[in-house]
Design a protein around this ligand. Structure first.
Ligand code: AHR
Length: 500
């Protein structure tokens, strides 16, 4: 049976915020050290930034980059990470049982963003695990105040004359998680988040603040956590965060392929909770969603790895090597974000380099693209504009976790120049899926490109030995005639169909 939907310019979801294509650099494993930063590497510049990585980061098309954690931030002392490198202390990083050398710090992070280009925007997290209001304010003053105070002058003395201009701030990280250093109840966190937000706004009313939501929809405290935190912070913050990671459990690949069903319901449930609190407060304000950690992550494999560590520097941690199947799920997660672009206005792919990342590196050696690199770079490139409302009529398949699920998962984005890109995933593992799209009133007349990520071997991956084993290829036979797009989606595939 053919999967179908209709696109109409009159029916839209909302404008895509470029921040939807954010990412995340945490002091974890080799994300920073030998990932982004490797003095002495053949491609490293004078600041130790790997140019091969920088080129791939630009090609990936990331915008906001969240930093420095993650769980790491709950033990973070920002002042350790500034000033002369030789004076910076080595510290225990409790989150990842590693030793943090602080050779890369706040100033290096800002310099890295500036090297990426104007599209890269800082998104800084403050430590609300082991620290509180005072330290958040000190960091804000150091980073953003122009000059003439002790901390802003210290920044200038450290060589950064220009303020960093950090606008987006995360008020802690995953404070609902028992694993978090300084874990809090919703009431405790709501109070400290509110007071930190109030004080940060006294320095600068223009900051954009993200309150911690749940670390996953399956958390026992989910929804009650958001409601409690927002009751305290509704007028003081702009966003609530969501985090979600997916992996196949017990070999259940069919449910894994439907992971976006969970992601979309998570988003819709958080929107409902935000709006419920807003209604109770009789507020006109809407809280938006910052999906600031999302990805495929073989989490069940990593837990034992971390507890076995004996405080190494930059160990190989969370270095998942992604297959074609993983990339198709990953693409579907991107589709889920785009389908909710009206309320999800920030999202960060966790993470950027080496750690559950689209970009991998070898110390002293090359950098390469994982399979997940391609859906992200294509979505960032062609997923800018107005998201069109897509309601699919699709054949279905049965999944253990989500019951009957559509084989087709899709969205479409109309750019300012009128061109339209359809992003579509065929979740079916064995059969091709014919697709028919009615394009009433869009004014597009030709297929520019139909790019596919799929492979006869769904387990194919890119590795150090074979870094270009998997790349997207062009699909045959896709046509647009009489206002109808007709295509065939290969089994287990991520598709980008560009129309003009
Ligand atoms: O991205 C890896 C970890 O996942 C982050 O440190 C934490 O916030 C989440 O649990």
């Amino acid at each position: 049976r053919t999967a179908r939907f209709t696109l109409d310019p009159a029916f839209t979801v909302g404008e895509v915020n470029p921040r939807l294509f954010g990412s995340f650099v945490e002091h974890l494993g080799r994300c920073v050290y030998t990932g982004v930063f490797e003095p002495g590497h053949p491609t490293a510049d004078a600041d130790g930034i790997r140019q091969d990585v920088l080129d791939l980061v630009r090609e990936l098309g990331v915008t906001a980059i969240r930093y420095p954690g993650g769980n790491f931030v709950s033990g973070y002392k920002w002042e350790d990470s500034v000033g002369p490198v030789e004076d910076r202390p080595r510290r225990l990083d409790l989150a990842w049982r590693s030793t943090e050398t602080n050779r890369f710090g706040l100033s290096e992070y800002i310099a890295f963003l500036r090297k990426i280009g104007p599209q890269a925007e800082p998104m800084m997290a403050v430590n609300l695990g082991t620290r509180g209001v005072a330290e958040a304010l000190e960091l804000q003053e150091y980073a953003n105040h122009p000059a003439g105070t002790a901390l802003s002058d210290l920044r200038v003395e450290h060589g950064d004359k220009d303020p960093f201009g950090i606008r987006m701030w995360c008020l802690g990280n995953e404070m609902d998680g028992p694993w978090q250093t300084g874990h809090k109840t919703a009431e405790e966190y709501g109070r400290i988040a509110a007071e930190t937000a109030r004080a940060m706004r006294q320095i600068d009313p223009g900051v954009e603040l993200v309150a911690c939501g749940s670390s996953g929809q399956s958390m026992e405290t989910f929804a009650e956590w958001e409601a409690t935190v927002l009751k305290e912070t509704y007028d003081l913050v702009d966003y609530i965060s969501l985090h979600a990671y997916y992996e196949p459990l017990d070999g259940d690949v069919d449910s894994f392929l439907a992971s976006a069903v969970d992601m979309e319901s998570f988003i819709e449930n958080v929107v409902a909770t935000c709006d419920h609190v807003g209604a109770r407060l009789k507020s006109k304000k809407k809280i938006n969603l910052s999906f600031d950690e999302w990805n495929v992550w073989y989490l069940s494999r990593t837990e034992a790895q971390v507890s076995a560590l004996d405080w190494p520097e930059a160990p190989r941690l969370l270095e998942d090597n992604y297959s074609v199947t993983d990339a198709v799920v990953f693409g579907s997660l991107l589709i889920a974000l785009l389908r909710h672009a009206d309320r999800v206005t920030v999202a960060c792919l966790a993470q950027l380099v080496n750690v559950i990342a689209p970009i991998m590196t070898e110390p002293g050696g090359p950098a390469w693209r994982q399979t997940t690199f391609f859906p992200f770079s294509q979505a960032s490139r062609y997923g800018r504009g107005e998201v069109l409302d897509v309601r699919v009529d699709s054949p279905t398949y049965e999944t253990r976790k989500y019951g009957e699920t559509d084989l087709l998962h899709a969205t479409a984005v109309r750019a300012d120049d009128g061109s339209v890109t359809v992003f579509a995933v065929n979740r079916g593992r064995t059969a091709s899926l014919p697709l028919d799209v009615a394009l009433g009133g869009l004014g597009v007349t030709s297929v520019v490109e139909h790019s596919v990520l799929s492979d006869a071997d769904p387990d194919a991956r890119n590795t150090l030995a074979e870094p270009e084993r998997v790349t997207p290829h062009a699909a045959e036979g896709t046509t647009l005639a009489d206002g109808r797009l007709s295509a065939v989606l290969e089994p287990l595939s991520w598709n980008v169909i560009r129309l003009a």
